[in-house]
Design a protein around this ligand. Sequence first.
Ligand SMILES: Nc1ncnc2c1ncn2[C@@H]1O[C@H](COP(=O)(O)OP(=O)(O)OP(=O)(O)O)[C@@H](O)[C@H]1O
Ligand SMILES: [Mg+2]
Length: 174
Amino acid sequence: MEDALHIHAEAYLRHGVKVIREYGEVPAVSVDKHKVLQILVNLLSNAKYACDADAKEEKCVWVRIEVTENQLRVVVRDNGTGITPENLTKIFQHGFTTREDGHGFGLHNGANIAKELGGSLGAQSAGSGKGSAFTLQLPLSPAVSPPVPSGMATRQPGKFGVDVAAGLPYTLSR
Ligand SMILES: Nc1ncnc2c1ncn2[C@@H]1O[C@H](COP(=O)(O)OP(=O)(O)OP(=O)(O)O)[C@@H](O)[C@H]1O
Ligand SMILES: [Mg+2]
């Protein structure tokens, strides 16, 4: 998650979008880092566009990482434009975009990748102007290791980091 945020850091700063981290206690999970990164980078990009296209005084994106029902759950939520109920049924279709410079590939690819990883990618929005939340669920694979001892994989204390273990698969850990 921090790698994805880092990629967007400058754009978020330039557009005045505030990031609020809500990181829970999560065990180390083996995942394909590049695949997960692809999903998260698009979600953060979409959230930034949604905030930009909305006139709210404070533009915020919340990133939450938690374990629920034996799944790793990553939620990217924004207080941007929101999504109409009609569009909510279309946003995962290949080529669906409402942006002039969009391609409509990001969510479609993201949902496919999530599925490939044994998880899912879902969207929630209360409607136009009400912000959106995207939830990436990934299984806590059988290869779940116990929580990483502090200092081993964490870049910043208390923050979710990405530990590049020797070769693939990478380890996502706090
Ligand atoms: N956070 C969000 N808030 C509001 N609408 C969103 C949000 N995320 C996605 N959408 C809607 O879903 C559409 C599809 O998103 P998707 O990421 O698939 O494509 P895109 O961002 O338009 O283009 P790209 O292929 O470059 O990612 C967007 O054009 C937008 O209408
Ligand atoms: Mg996109």
